[in-house]
Design a protein around this ligand. Structure first.
Ligand SMILES: C[S@@+](CC[C@H](N)C(=O)[O-])C[C@H]1O[C@@H](n2cnc3c(N)ncnc32)[C@H](O)[C@@H]1O
Length: 270
């Protein structure tokens, strides 16, 4: 387990406390519903999902009940305990599987050449903000997914306008612009805030950051399509100013690109 994850586990809630909190706030319920809608639009019906940072299994259950098979991983034993209860019937029926290894085992274990691959890796409510080495994690996602694999991740927006009213945002703004991210130790879960350019470069050469979506139900029809990162890199971040979360869609790069590390991506201004 990396240091950030270890800190998180020390301070985190039990699965039941987490479920109570995350389901009691209206904006969180709307964010989850928007994430579900996006995954249902992107994933092939009846396909295979892998839920990274699955927590108590709310999304695993939701998607398995809609015909998907779901592999899942979470580093926190208390979350896994809740997950196993919450999804017991689906696990018994073979629709959901939970990986209970340590984080180090999870990222370094060789994925079998012949084993089933996920169509989409999903990661809801910011697990990617809790991982220090995202490059290593994207290499794992590359191994877990099939040829047209995608990653759909809900991450904390560093451009959220409400956060810009707070002193911690301004204390870290210069670092975010120069380094692409900053680390917030905080009294709750310590986490990284990352700019789009930082996600784009850390996912390469395994995945290309393709689209950004607002982390709430679409306001206008065009919001549902998201914004293409390659086409309008300079202004993409504007779409992430009105919600606490932003949804990122990554597309898998060809295997030879992943091996040679040979692809560049426009990330100016993100
Ligand atoms: C805010 S919760 C989100 C849980 C769930 N995805 C949801 O939608 O409710 C973040 C989750 O990320 C998990 N997490 C943190 N670091 C992790 C790591 N290195 N590997 C896997 N899971 C991790 C935590 O244990 C926690 O369950």
């Amino acid at each position: 387990m990396n240091d950030t994850a270890a800190e998180y586990v020390k301070q985190m809630l039990t699965g039941a406390e987490y479920v109570r909190q995350i389901t009691s706030v209206e904006s969180d319920r709307r964010a989850r519903s928007a994430f579900h809608d996006l995954v249902l639009r992107v994933a092939p019906p009846g396909g295979a999902l892998f839920d990274f940072g699955a927590g108590p299994g709310i999304d695993a259950r939701f998607f398995a009940e809609r015909g998907f098979t779901v592999g899942a991983y979470d580093v926190d034993p208390r979350m896994r305990e809740f997950f196993a209860e919450h999804c017991r019937d689906l696990m018994d029926g073979g629709r959901v599987a939970l990986d209970c290894s340590t984080y180090r085992e999870f990222v370094t274990r060789r994925t079998s050449e012949t084993g089933a691959r996920a169509d989409v890796v999903i990661s809801n409510f910011a697990p990617l903000n809790l991982v220090a080495d995202l490059h290593e994690l994207f290499a794992k996602f590359h191994a877990l997914t099939g040829p047209n694999g995608k990653v759909i991740a809900s991450v904390l927006s560093p451009y959220f306008i409400d956060d810009m009213k707070l002193s911690w945002w301004w204390r870290n703004a210069a670092r975010m612009w120069s380094d692409g991210y900053f680390f917030l130790p905080g009294p709750q879960a310590p986490h990284f805030r990352r700019r789009l350019a930082n996600f784009a470069s850390l996912s390469m050469p395994y995945f290309r950051l393709a689209r950004l979506f607002r982390g709430l139900p679409p306001l206008l029809g065009r919001d549902a399509k998201g914004v293409e990162i390659g086409d309008s890199a300079g202004f993409a971040w504007l779409r992430a100013t009105t919600s606490r979360f932003m949804f990122l869609e990554f597309e898998k790069c060809a295997p030879q690109a992943a091996v040679s590390g040979n692809i560049g991506q426009t990330s100016e201004g993100l």
